[in-house]
Design a protein around this ligand. Structure first.
Ligand SMILES: [Zn+2]
Ligand SMILES: [Zn+2]
Length: 105
């Protein structure tokens, strides 16, 4: 939970710092949702590529296979990529939804 000036104490969405701008520009289709353990994270295409997060994007068929066969390797690689993302932000889930509804397609 995080504090939001507008909505009080709220659940949050974690994303790379570029997501807000993409939403405002009506480019929501360039935002990918990735699995971060039991959480979901929103990441732009640029960061997916830079941090090699492609296999963590939701609904990738190879994801389950790799996770099942080598879970330690799979998640350790994610942890490393996550730590490497120095541009993460956590923001209020309601603020995110508002932006998404306002500009999303
Ligand atoms: Zn990004
Ligand atoms: Zn809020």
């Amino acid at each position: 939970m995080i504090p939001c000036e507008k909505h009080g104490t709220c659940g949050f969405v974690e994303s790379c710092k570029h997501v807000r701008q993409l939403l405002v520009q009506g480019r929501a289709d360039e935002i990918s949702v990735i699995r971060a353990y039991v959480f979901r994270m929103r990441v732009c295409a640029q960061c997916i590529e830079k941090h090699q997060l492609e296999k963590y994007v939701l609904e990738k068929p190879e994801q389950r296979k790799e996770e099942m066969s080598e879970p330690d390797v799979f998640w350790r690689a994610f942890e490393a990529a996550y730590d490497d993302m120095d541009n993460r932000i956590a923001w209020c889930i309601h603020c995110y939804d508002e932006l998404h509804d306002k500009y999303g397609i």
